[in-house]
Design a protein. Structure first.
Length: 399
């Protein structure tokens, strides 16, 4: 395992690439909590705050493919930098509007605009990995990227909580813009980003959805997001059922730590199986790892089961990225990965909503049952589309 990551990080500029990408994506992990608390404080309504956060996520998912297509056409610096500056300006406007006593409709509209302007650094990174690293370490690169994404989701809310404890929600939202501009600038100035540029073709560009392989992958990706969204709601519910509200954060943190551990293990292995077969097994593993949460009723059981439930998440994402990389239409690489992000974000939103809705009639186990069903459906769909997503026949089966 160490040798694989050593080979990856020995590439000149790779450490800076991953570090700058982590900073550039950090606002993604901070925005939901910061916007939620700001709108709640300004309107005294959790409903309005929830709509603002949901609107942010919806706008991000809806606009990401369009932004990705702009990047494929005009280049990374010409799109990422203006979008980062524009989003920072909207965050400042959101803060000023809240301080001025603006109504919920205005705050929700500004939150949605901020989501629409999110610089899609994560999809750009995944395209870069294909351009920079060889096949021998590409799986490791995708796995490390998936682990870094987990760090974003884990560290982001903690950072917001720390900022609010020291200052205020206004400062937390305003800092989102500063972190976005700083991180995006450092990312664009990374040597590997500056040295690598998308290949341009004189032919008319087609949408990434022209690839039947990519279209086939979007359904299992969305279902994966639905399952993860349901678990994200179910873990706090489990903690409350067991009588410990503070344990909600512990269970969610252990879930993320499980994903990081699984991602590091996956990236450190040498795989001989086809990506298609591996993907199906990992989706099945995601269901198997989540299933013990159905029977968990205590904090002790939740601690063990939440870590176990996270083990397959980063490996599934890593394998998805590799499959998408092999399915892209030339000239639409960034757009392809933004479609993946859109499907995942949409799935997360739907899973969170449905997971919360089934707790009342179905009990504390219901979100986990729903998550397992979603993972099973993703596995079935991946199997049915195997001919489309499988790698070239020259690859061998796992020893």
């Amino acid at each position: 395992m160490v040798s694989k990551y050593g080979s990856l990080l020995s590439v000149p500029g790779s450490a800076r690439l991953f570090a700058s990408a982590l900073l550039g994506r950090l606002p993604q992990g901070m925005s939901s909590l910061a916007i939620l608390l700001l709108v709640r404080a300004a309107t005294h309504s959790y409903a309005a705050a929830g709509v603002a956060v949901g609107g942010f996520a919806f706008a991000t998912a809806a606009c990401a493919p369009l932004v990705g297509r702009l990047i494929d056409r005009f280049g990374r610096p010409r799109v990422l930098a203006p979008f980062a500056c524009a989003q920072a300006a909207v965050y400042v406007s959101l803060t000023l509007a809240a301080e001025a006593g603006a109504g919920a409709a205005v705050l929700i509209a500004l939150a949605m605009l901020a989501g629409a302007l999110l610089p899609p650094i994560a999809p750009v990174v995944r395209v870069l990995l294909r351009e920079v690293f060889g096949e021998d370490v590409l799986d490791t690169a995708y796995a490390l990227d998936a682990v870094l994404q987990e760090i974003v989701w884990t560290a982001g809310p903690l950072l917001v909580a720390l900022i609010i404890a020291v200052t205020s929600t206004d400062v937390a939202v305003a800092l989102l813009g500063a972190v976005c501009v700083t991180g995006t600038t450092l990312f664009l100035r990374s040597p590997l980003v500056r040295a690598s540029a998308p290949k341009r073709s004189g032919h008319e560009r087609r949408s990434a959805l022209a690839s039947p392989e990519l279209r086939a992958l979007l359904a299992p990706i969305a279902l994966t997001g639905i399952g993860i969204g349901a678990v994200e709601v179910g873990l706090p519910s489990l903690a409350l059922h067991a009588g410990s509200r503070p344990a909600s954060g512990v269970l969610l943190a252990l879930w993320s730590l499980g994903s990081m551990a699984g991602g590091l293990w996956y990236g450190g292995r040498v795989w001989h199986s086809s990506l298609a077969s591996r993907y199906q097994l990992l989706l099945l593993g995601l269901m198997v790892c989540t299933a013990p949460l159905i029977a968990a009723r205590s904090i002790a059981a939740g601690v063990v089961c939440s870590f176990l439930a996270g083990l397959a998440i980063a490996p599934v994402f890593s394998c998805q990225y590799a499959l998408v990389g092999r399915s892209v239409t030339p000239g639409s690489e960034t757009e392809a990965f933004t479609w993946v992000s859109a499907a995942l974000i949409g799935g997360l939103a739907a899973g969170s909503a449905i997971g919360g809705a089934v707790i009342g009639p179905g009990g504390v186990s219901a979100p986990f049952v729903f998550a397992c069903v979603a993972s099973l459906l993703a596995t079935v769909i991946a199997v049915s589309f195997r001919e489309r997503v499988q790698q070239p026949a020259s690859e061998t089966v796992l020893d």
